[in-house]
Design a protein around this ligand. Sequence first.
Ligand SMILES: NC(=O)c1ccc[n+]([C@@H]2O[C@H](COP(=O)([O-])OP(=O)(O)OC[C@H]3O[C@@H](n4cnc5c(N)ncnc54)[C@H](O)[C@@H]3O)[C@@H](O)[C@H]2O)c1
Length: 252
Amino acid sequence: MDLQSKIAFVTGAGSGIGAAGARKMASEGAHVVVTDRDGDAAKAVADAITGAGHKAEAMTLDVTDDAALSGAIDQTVASHGKLDVLHSHAGIQIEGKLEQVAVADMDASWNLNVRAHFVAAQAAVRHMRKQGGGSIIITSSNSGVQYDREMIAYATTKHAVLAMTRQMAADYAHENIRFNSLCPGFIDTPFNRGFEIQMGGRDKLEEYISSEIPMGRFGTVEEIAEGIVYLASDRSSFMTGQALVIDGGECI
Ligand SMILES: NC(=O)c1ccc[n+]([C@@H]2O[C@H](COP(=O)([O-])OP(=O)(O)OC[C@H]3O[C@@H](n4cnc5c(N)ncnc54)[C@H](O)[C@@H]3O)[C@@H](O)[C@H]2O)c1
């Protein structure tokens, strides 16, 4: 078990990729703090983990509330004595090109997709320094390494995540605090509803996936969870400042 006795904190973990990562880290021995702005969803994920005989607890947390976010990380350390892994995952996708995206939606994208990761990482490093290291995983997207059509708010914020992760990695490598970005491609979760509508419905989205993704399919949340455990654990102990792209070949 690669995460035995580790304490992991995950945002946006009530659904999709965050939930799968939480389940997989718990199955590898971590105690996982499952947080989401939807407290019932977080509780359901934590209950399923404990029901399977692993360790987890739930917290209601909207990551756009700075004080609540840093307070939840501090509370985790107060309860468990340390924080080994932060997976800062919650994000938002606003579709549209320059003239279609309202300034308020651009701000909302930057607040959640960039600023909240900054606040979470800032809270985590204070604790990780004292304990001699840790792993911080920030969810970007393969939209952080390529440009999508008509996705200015999403693509620019996801590129910014990579820049911020690399900068933080360079600044904290000597303290053994590692930062890496997780870059999934199309994974079939509720997150893609907006894109599905933009494409003209589920059939059109599936057509797009089978023709445009080299592997011809969506990825699964479990395939991304493998990457999360890799980045969280000492399996990736000499890796920092990198973007782990798991996308069926889409960005090639
Ligand atoms: N699913 C994909 O195809 C895909 C691909 C690339 C990157 N991503 C990234 O993964 C993340 C989410 O994707 P998912 O597939 O897990 O989505 P999902 O819709 O299955 O789950 C997202 C979760 O985040 C929570 N959330 C939303 N706003 C929040 C906030 N302000 N504070 C706390 N929680 C909040 C939601 O309640 C939900 O439970 C995003 O960062 C997204 O950019 C997803």
